[in-house]
Design a protein around this ligand. Structure first.
Ligand code: PLP
Length: 407
């Protein structure tokens, strides 16, 4: 059997993630490997920790990578914080809130959820009322939910959690690097992310940061670990229910003790380091501004094509927009347009889930693709595909409106 060398087609990935990886990150991934305890390796791990402190805007010593996609970071945070029977409160404003609730349930938590309609975010008073009623140990909240494009403000929620002695976990996968994020001043206890959104990398590494308070809770669970099989049910219940995702063990691996755990995924470490290095070199605030600019150009561009946009625009993430599929296209028309965008132009835009399925496309402007040429090319292609699909769109209306933002 003869199979050719891998040769993916050229694509411009303008969906809600993954996005086209920055070529500098791809280059970093091709760098030679070294042994796990080579001084170069440990130095690289320390540099990566320092870089992600800057990305998360934190002084947290415990800032490192969980090997796996963003979901591995979410699971590591929840399985390490939550003991069976703990109450966990999840404000759900999209698909990923349901994921947090599901994972907390698997950790044995008594899960309570509150919901707002898709396309909205929570007011602090709604969260305050739920905290007072539920008295949770942990509040788990998404910052930016790509399923709805909404970005939940977290500063007030952080203050509320601290006031009520609740641990606050945040999934910032979709938002980090492209929207304001401040782990310390918002008083987050654990935050996790992934590389494949605004950080401009491939999926497969989950940056994480833990406050000293979270470190204490997580490390407090480990003393019953020795002799686990002989332990009482209650003592066993205190043990973190995963070895791979045990944050106490991961902290000992990344920390000065360097206790052997897994084999660090070296090429992903290089990728994660390069993603953060590029962001830090640009300046985190400048990167957020860049996402705001190109996100606004894309938003005004699709509106310039006469298309509607879903959700509360005051709380839209900078890096993704949900574009209403014109009714003129009919039931299968949304997918046909995505197919033509891909086949004719090599551009990928996103479909959507749940209540929005068949109603909106999701178009991202993030990471390496938060760029003027990527925005204009996507708008020009979309105009062409829509027109040839029988939708009346203003000639040049998308590109023109986006250019007006740049001018
Ligand atoms: C994209 C996204 C994820 C992705 O998780 P993976 O395991 O990397 O697929 C998680 N959370 C949110 C909020 C996301 O937008």
């Amino acid at each position: 059997m003869s199979i050719d060398e891998i040769a993916p087609p050229p694509r411009l990935l303008m969906g809600p993630g993954p996005i086209s990886v920055d070529p500098r990150v791809l280059r970093a991934m091709a760098a030679p490997l070294v042994g796990q305890f080579d001084p170069f390796m440990t130095t690289t791990m320390n540099e990566t920790m320092a870089l992600y402190r800057e990305v998360f805007a934190t002084g947290n010593e415990q800032t490192f990578l969980v090997d796996g996609t963003a979901r591995a970071g979410i699971e590591a945070a929840l399985v390490s914080l939550v003991e069976p029977g703990d109450r966990v409160l999840v404000p759900v404003f999209g698909r990923f809130g349901h994921l947090l609730a599901e994972i907390a349930g698997r950790c044995g938590a008594e899960v309570h959820t509150i919901e707002v309609p898709w396309g909205r975010v929570f007011a602090p008073e709604q969260v305050a009322a739920a905290i007072e009623e539920v008295r949770p140990k942990v509040l788990a909240c998404v910052q930016g939910d790509t399923s709805t494009t909404m970005c939940q403000p977290l500063a007030e929620i952080g203050a509320l959690c601290r006031e009520h002695d609740v641990l606050l976990y945040c999934d910032a996968t979709a938002s980090l690097g492209g929207n304001e994020f401040r782990a310390d001043s918002w008083r987050l206890d654990i935050a996790t992310a992934g590389l494949q959104k605004c950080l401009g990398g491939p999926s497969g590494s989950a940056p994480i940061t833990l406050s000293p308070r979270a470190v204490e809770i997580v490390n407090g669970r480990r003393h019953v670990e020795a002799g686990i099989r002989e332990a009482s049910d209650e003592a066993r219940g205190r043990v973190i229910g995963s070895n791979y995702l045990d944050l106490a063990m991961l902290m000992d691996y990344w920390g000065p003790r360097r206790l052997n755990h897994h084999t660090e995924a070296t090429s992903m470490l290089y990728a994660a380091r390069e993603c953060a290095r590029l962001l830090a070199a640009e300046g985190i605030d400048a990167a957020v501004e860049r996402h705001a600019l190109h996100g606004r150009a894309m938003l005004e561009g699709v509106q310039g094509l006469g298309l509607g946009v879903f959700g509360d625009l005051a709380h839209k993430m900078n890096n993704v927009v949900a574009v209403e599929i014109p009714e003129a296209l009919g039931a299968a028309g949304g997918d046909a347009v995505r197919g033509r965008m891909l086949d004719d132009f090599g551009i990928e835009i996103g479909t959507s889930f749940g209540p929005l399925h068949g109603k909106v496309w999701r178009i991202g402007t993030m990471g390496f693709n938060a760029r003027k040429d990527a925005v204009l090319t996507t708008l020009a292609a979309l105009e062409q595909v829509l027109r040839s699909s029988g939708v009346a769109v203003p000639a040049g209306g998308g590109v023109e409106a986006a250019l007006a933002v740049y001018r």
